[in-house]
Write a new protein. Structure first.
Length: 446
């Protein structure tokens, strides 16, 4: 029903006055349709991460079914990211041309098929193929969400709106690992993949029914549309030119941003893919408890994502604090807290290791929504999808490297200490990139 309304709206040629008075009844108060969109995007990311973490909790089951080594399992964990990364640069261009609604519907359908394909995989090569397909399907998610937030929210609300979908990635791990782990223990790894496929299909129908652009929404009020479209300094007429992909790749600000955020994603994917195995293999926590303990750092990460990266940042900006300085401070300090991952490598008890890991992912998660709000702040509207694509390309190179390098080092050294130290070195490089290349969150000059 929602799709029909949006499609009908797109085919009509109305003047601005007609759009603003979609309903003939007088507008009595501000509507809040934008928050419905933010919630929808959050649900989509939550479903995404159910699909992603179901492999990490299946390590022991897949070893039994296919006889995979730690190194091979690391390759399998990174398989999803290969196609995800390859799609990032072109998907930014596609998003800017076709829009969030069409690309989102196609991608959701593809990732649903991929989950069912994984459940039916008869051998290891076919499981690799299903993970490759999952990467293609989920590739547009974060660039599309960044573009959608830019279209639906004024600047002063974007950090919190972004945190609603970004925190869902952490909540997906907090809830998904123990929930899917319990499913796996009771009904097997194949049925756990099928269950996430079913959830993905349900989200496809939900997204198709709800998502549309602000001016296509017949129930949005005049006041809310004016709030969303209120002109801001960095989107003045002098800065509306669209950057090409190659122009953006040559910009110091974009490259520094991509390097810094890539270091965050390296640690994120290391923990997303290897944390249950680390607890089980290095700290000798039994499988059931490793699933449950894994949820603790991700719950804290969900909270810091929402409360610091979302609510606190927007509150300080609304109070008149220097917006660029606030965002850069949270970005750099949060990434610095990520260095706690190194402390986990030298821990010999589950509680101490979880404390260090919680500090690490909690700090990084506070910085994450700031990072995802930056594309719509530094780029003109016609280039936001491209900047998001570049950002996520860097992220997914890290997503490929983290599980593979970790698997190789664990396979060779039978320890996670060196793997965590590599993550620490990358974070130091990322902090430097923020400070000396990104420098601020002001818009790029034409």
């Amino acid at each position: 029903m929602g799709t029909a309304l949006c499609a009908t709206r797109m085919t009509r040629q109305h003047s601005d006055d007609t759009v603003l008075s979609a309903s003939k009844a007088p507008q009595r108060s501000m509507t809040h349709r934008r928050w419905r969109i933010a919630g929808l995007l959050g649900v989509g990311v939550l479903v995404n991460y159910f699909d992603r973490v179901n492999l990490s909790v299946s390590h022991a089951a897949l070893t039994q079914s296919f006889g995979v080594s730690d190194f091979t399992f690391g390759l399998l964990l990174g398989a999803y990211n290969w196609t995800y990364a390859l799609c990032q640069l072109p998907i930014g261009v596609v998003l800017d041309r076709l829009g969030v609604r069409l690309v989102g519907r196609i991608s959701t359908l593809i990732w649903s098929i991929a989950s069912f394909a994984a459940a039916a995989s008869p051998n290891l090569p076919s499981l690799f193929g299903a993970r490759f397909l999952l990467g293609v399907g989920e590739a547009p998610t974060f660039p599309a969400n960044a573009k959608a937030i830019g279209a639906w929210f004024p600047q002063q609300e974007r950090s919190f709106a972004t945190s609603l979908f970004d925190s869902a990635a952490k909540l997906g791990s907090a809830v998904g690992v123990p929930a899917i782990g319990l499913l796996l223990l009771h009904i097997g790894w194949r049925m756990s993949f099928a269950a996430t496929g079913l959830v993905s299909v349900l989200y496809f129908f939900l997204f198709s029914a709800i998502y549309c652009e602000p001016r296509e929404d017949q129930k949005i009020s005049r006041e809310e549309l004016q709030l969303i479209e209120r002109p801001v300094a960095h989107h003045s007429a002098s800065n509306q030119a669209t950057f090409t992909l190659f122009q953006l790749l040559s910009r110091r600000k974009v490259l520094g941003f991509a390097i810094g955020f890539g270091s965050y994603n390296y640690v994120f994917y290391l923990l997303l893919t290897w944390l249950p195995s680390y607890l089980a293999e290095s700290l000798h926590v039994d499988l059931m408890h490793s699933f449950l303990f894994t949820g603790v750092p991700w719950i804290v990460a969900t909270a810091t994502d929402l409360l610091i990266g979302g609510i606190l940042v927007d509150a300080l900006v609304r109070k008149g604090w220097n917006a660029s300085r606030v965002r850069m401070t949270v970005l750099v300090v949060g990434t610095t807290f990520g260095l706690g991952i190194v402390g986990a490598g030298w821990s010999h008890s589950p509680l101490r290791a979880l404390a260090w890991i919680t500090i690490s992912i909690g700090g990084l998660s506070a910085a994450a929504p700031v990072g995802w709000s930056i594309p719509s702040l530094i780029a003109p509207p016609g280039s936001v999808g491209r900047v998001g694509g570049i950002l996520n390309f860097s992220n997914q190179l890290s997503g490929i490297a983290a599980p593979v390098i970790t698997g190789f080092l664990v396979y060779k050294l039978h320890s996670f200490t060196a793997a965590f130290a590599v993550a620490g070195v990358y974070l130091v490089i990322g902090i430097g990139a923020y400070l000396f290349m990104l420098r601020d969150v002001h818009p790029m000059a034409s």
